[in-house]
Write a protein that binds this ligand. Structure first.
Ligand code: ADP
Length: 393
């Protein structure tokens, strides 16, 4: 008899990333494997790996012959044939925007999906694709329970002054707010923090991946974030700039005749580390490069993190701990070292050897505030939410 399994889905415009978990009585769902279908709409290709990253299967399809719906059908079928003894009993989705409506995971039905559609203009590059995968799965497997987990939800605990803009109030009521993103990552870190720093009440977490943001937590709850209405806020990211670009966009529209699509491409695809360095959006490549552009981008990245850290520390009235997570946060010791040196005024005393070794604690025993490397796991957070929500349904 096959064990129940949870499929976690993170669907983008041209890719569907998945993770499969065994759902048994253990405290946390057990990862069985991960993979993705890439190149939807161009050259669709699939790779599925086991929990150790060993490739279990690969497949290519002829160009343009494959959409989200076919992708979801293929995934379920492949998992049930290739993942030892599981039967998918539920799907959990990463959905970028829950707007003002959702401050926690929700069981997805036709009404909820319609509600979530109204947030598409708030996250045009992600929300429509998240919903496309949900719709495709509902069509292919109408009886499969589906759960939506939101990147915005964790931040809904922020106080009103952190959430609103100085814009006409009616706009705020219609959803023009500071939301904050990467919530599933922060929630996972908050869940694990007591294992590392049980007494830390004021914590800043730096999620430094291709997308990058920071979150101020008090007692495990979000009270401030570097991101706002959209993800184009706070830190420079792989291809996304720092926020003071707004006025520059208005100027480009007025004087160069740029339209919304051109501005969107500039903001989401051409800026950030890529735009500043002129080399790459990938931190590994920048760290390995001797080019002036690479140094400029790294300097801007670390400077911006230190600046946001100061702002978030002010929100908290000081910090007890600083946490680094996601691709750069977990693996780039040089970036952590640079940021920690800039944070000495906050009581961070780096232990350089521990930092080079990857932590988890990277400050000296006498450091007034501690710094940590804690791997994030957004997929596991979604699997936990999916299991818990369906257990109480
Ligand atoms: P995403 O936001 O796409 O999930 P990740 O969390 O995987 O991104 O982070 C991707 C970033 O992490 C890239 O800039 C990559 O270069 C960087 N990264 C991954 N491994 C290393 C490493 N060993 N050293 C430096 N940077 C790394």
């Amino acid at each position: 008899m096959a064990d129940p399994g949870i499929l976690v889905v993170n669907a983008g415009s041209s890719s569907i990333k998945y993770a499969a978990f065994r759902q048994d009585d253990a405290a946390e769902p057990l990862l069985l494997g991960k993979g993705q279908i890439e190149g939807l709409g161009s050259h669709p290709r699939f790779v599925g790996k086991n929990e150790r990253g060993v490739v279990l299967g690969e497949k290519h399809w002829p160009a343009e012959s494959f959409n989200h719906a076919q992708g979801m059908r293929f995934l379920i079928d492949w998992l049930e044939h290739n993942e030892a003894d599981i039967r998918i009993v539920a799907a959990g989705h990463r959905v970028v925007h829950g707007g003002l409506l959702y401050s926690g995971p929700v069981r997805l039905d036709a009404r909820v999906i319609e509600e979530l559609r109204q947030f598409e203009p708030l996250a045009p590059l992600h929300q429509p694709h998240n919903l496309a995968a949900i719709g495709a799965l509902a069509e292919a497997f109408p009886d499969l329970p589906q759960v939506g987990c939101f990147d915005t939800a964790y931040h809904r605990t922020q106080p009103p002054q952190a959430q609103i803009f100085a814009l006409p109030w009616a706009m705020s009521e219609r959803g023009v707010r500071r939301y904050g993103f990467h919530g599933l990552s922060y929630e996972y870190i908050a869940r694990r923090l007591p294992e590392f720093v049980p007494r830390a009440r004021r914590v800043v977490v730096a999620h430094l991946g291709n997308g990058a943001s920071m979150c101020a937590m008090r007692d495990g709850r979000s009270v401030g974030s570097s991101m706002g209405f959209t993800a184009v806020d706070g830190l420079p990211m792989g291809t996304v700039p720092v926020p003071s670009i707004r006025a520059c966009c208005c100027i480009s529209c007025r004087h160069r005749g740029w339209d919304a699509r051109r501005i969107e491409t500039l903001l989401y695809k051409e800026s950030g580390l890529l735009g500043v360095s002129g080399i790459s959006n990938d931190m590994r490549e920048l760290l390995a490069s001797d080019e002036v552009g690479a140094h400029r981008a790294i300097e801007l990245f670390c400077y911006s993190i230190a600046k946001q850290l100061g702002a978030l520390a002010a929100v908290l009235g000081g910090i007890d701990a600083l946490v680094f997570t996601a691709g750069i946060g977990e693996h780039a010791a040089a970036i952590r070292e640079d940021v920690c040196r800039r944070a000495e005024w906050l009581g961070i005393r780096l232990d350089a050897a521990a930092n080079r070794a990857g932590g988890p604690c990277i400050t000296s025993a006498a450091s007034p505030a501690s710094a940590w490397v804690i791997p994030t796991d957004e997929e596991k957070m979604i699997a936990i939410h999916t299991r818990d929500l369906l257990a109480t349904a």
